[in-house]
Design a protein around this ligand. Structure first.
Ligand code: GDP
Length: 545
């Protein structure tokens, strides 16, 4: 009997991979099959790791813009002494001067400190929207799970027809008349193996989920109509799948059509880096007719084959986590959310948090409309019992109890409120339209500066006329002269943007504007300013401005 590597790693605060590397460096034997090491080895490594910690306790953390004064404080010497030290190194530095990392290291070493560089990133806050309980599973607990598929491709190439056809053709005999229920995802069984399909086709949904940190898809089926070939959204779909590192299987659809040209599709695919197998590449392509339900079995088999190579695994014996596929407020049932369980098993009665919503799983309904008690990895289920309607792409997870899920959800709600307020404080032409749409902005405040008074008045008149029922345009200030720091502060206080004609902000004003998030735009032609503001109000402004 040995000691399990993952357990040992946990005790030492390492991950299993790091530990295995240390063991290999030491020339210790690792039984990779059993993932264990001998007791003696475990003791030795433990001693070693703890010893190392003791000798390196004098670590100072420095930000990459550390100044002479700050470093002096950290290593506990007078700034003057540090400046003298620096002169010895040939560096003439003032007290507020920033130092480069090598210099900091050298000085610190002299005083017996080790330096650890930490990034200063104001965005580097705790991600309150991510998973709370993200413990890695013991590899021994993992079991194979079904693959999750997204269907992508150009509009009208047959994505919806294909999803419907697969669903219909695989309704098992036992199901009453093949009644199915659209819950946003479904599962079919092929040769005793399951495949999960996300029912919202298209790369937009796929990427929106990804933007929220939810990579739910294992495999993309790219639908290309054989009578139409590669079209712009086909290319987009390829790019989105590749950016996510998701393998692609091509379904060459509509082969029943007399003008179908499957070879042309293959040819065009090569121009986008997808070379089909029969031409020596590694992209699997299957000719199908979604409408006539032809060759769908082969497509499904290819999906299973590709999934097999991915060795998709999950641990069914842990509290569930997953992602929201879709959600709505149902009149009779309250918030209803379809979740895809990614790991673990979801049970009726589990306390869950999903985005900003929380609650207990009151009931679960599968894609056949049947009530179920449990849902394992890669299973889509409709869940009742949430306090609120979460958004597609939100992570969901089971936590310990009602208090914990509530606490996490409330923390997220607070954070969202803060973000909203922050956004409100910084109006900008670039996202003006979104803010109007979200109802956050009812009036657009503008501060005008110009080289002559006549221009100020002309611009004021034209801008005010742009006002609509939804948004009023106010000029909070108009004046002659350069854009000053005071102008910027006024704009910040009144949530205004600044428009300048033949005048620019000074250095100080510019840096304050940056800090306060004030949008400053300068123009030479009145017409351009007017059309930018108009476009921004209508959501037409080119964000590359
Ligand atoms: P989507 O926009 O990609 O979801 O495309 P749809 O599934 O809505 O299909 C667009 C049109 O193509 C519909 O009129 C379908 O009936 C038709 N269609 C889809 N698959 C086939 C097929 O295999 N053969 C033929 N002849 N028509 C198809």
């Amino acid at each position: 009997m040995g000691v399990r590597i993952h357990k040992l790693a946990n005790e030492l605060g390492l991950d299993s991979k790091e530990l295995i590397e240390i063991l290999q460096d030491l020339g210790e034997e690792v039984d990779s099959h059993m993932n264990t090491v001998s007791k003696e080895t475990a003791e030795m490594v433990t001693d070693m790791v703890f010893e190392e910690e003791e000798t390196t306790k004098d670590i100072i953390e420095v930000e990459d813009d550390i100044t002479v004064k700050e470093l002096a404080e950290k290593i506990d010497i007078a700034p003057n002494s540090l400046m003298a030290e620096l002169i010895n190194l040939g560096i003439m530095a003032t007290i507020n001067q920033e130092l480069d990392f090598e210099t900091v290291e050298e000085i610190a070493a002299e005083y017996g400190y080790q330096v650890k560089s930490i990034e200063v990133d104001s965005d580097d806050e705790e991600d309150v929207f991510g998973l709370v309980n993200n413990i890695e599973d013991d590899p021994n607990d993992l079991e194979l799970r079904p693959p999750v598929i997204t269907v992508m491709g150009h509009v009208d190439h047959g994505k919806t027809t294909l999803l419907d056809a697969i669903r219909k053709s695989n309704v098992t005999a036992g199901e009453a008349g093949g009644i199915t229920q659209h819950i946003g995802a479904y599962q079919v069984e092929v040769n005793d193996e399951k495949i999960t399909f996300l029912d919202t086709p298209g790369h937009e949904a796929f990427t929106e989920m990804r933007a929220r940190g939810a990579q739910a898809t294992d495999l993309a089926v790219l639908v290309v109509a054989a009578d139409d070939g590669i079209m712009p959204q086909t290319v987009e779909a390829i790019n989105h799948a590749q950016a996510a590192d998701v393998p692609i299987i091509v379904a060459i659809n509509k082969i029943d059509k007399p003008n179908a040209q499957p070879d042309r599709v293959k040819q065009e695919l090569t121009q986008h880096g997808l070379v089909v197998e029969e031409w020596g590449g590694d992209t699997i392509s299957v000719p199908v007719s979604a409408l006539k339900q032809e060759n769908l079995d082969e497509l499904l088999e290819m999906i299973l084959l590709t999934a097999e190579m991915q060795e998709l695994k999950a641990n069914p014996n842990r509290p569930a986590n997953g992602v929201i596929v879709e959600a709505e407020l149902d009149r009779g049932r309250g918030p209803v959310a379809t979740m895809l369980v990614k790991n673990g098993t979801l049970n009726v009665g589990d306390p869950i948090v999903a985005g900003l919503a929380y609650g207990r799983v009151r009931a679960m309904i599968d894609d056949h409309g049947d009530r179920i008690e449990k849902a394992g990895p890669a299973t889509p289920v409709e869940v009742l019992g949430l306090s609120d309607v979460p958004s597609a792409g939100d992570p969901m997870e089971v936590l310990e109890d009602d208090q914990q899920v509530r606490k996490i959800a409330e923390k997220r709600q607070d954070q969202r409120r803060v973000e909203k307020l922050e956004r409100k404080a910084a109006v900008s032409l670039d996202d003006l339209f979104d803010q109007i749409q979200d109802g956050e902005i009812k009036e657009l405040n503008i501060l005008i500066k110009a080289d002559v008074q006549g221009t100020v008045e002309a611009v004021r008149g034209s801008l005010v006329k742009l006002g609509t029922d939804e948004v009023q345009v106010n000029v909070v200030h108009g004046g002659v002269g350069a854009i000053s720091e005071t102008d910027v502060m006024l704009a910040a206080a009144s949530n205004a943007i600044i428009i300048g004609f033949n005048v620019r902000p000074g250095n100080k004003a510019r840096s304050v504007a940056e800090k306060e998030g004030v949008d400053v735009r300068t123009y030479r032609v009145i017409y351009e300013a007017i059309s930018d503001v108009r476009d921004a109000m209508e959501g037409l402004l080119d964000p590359d401005y």
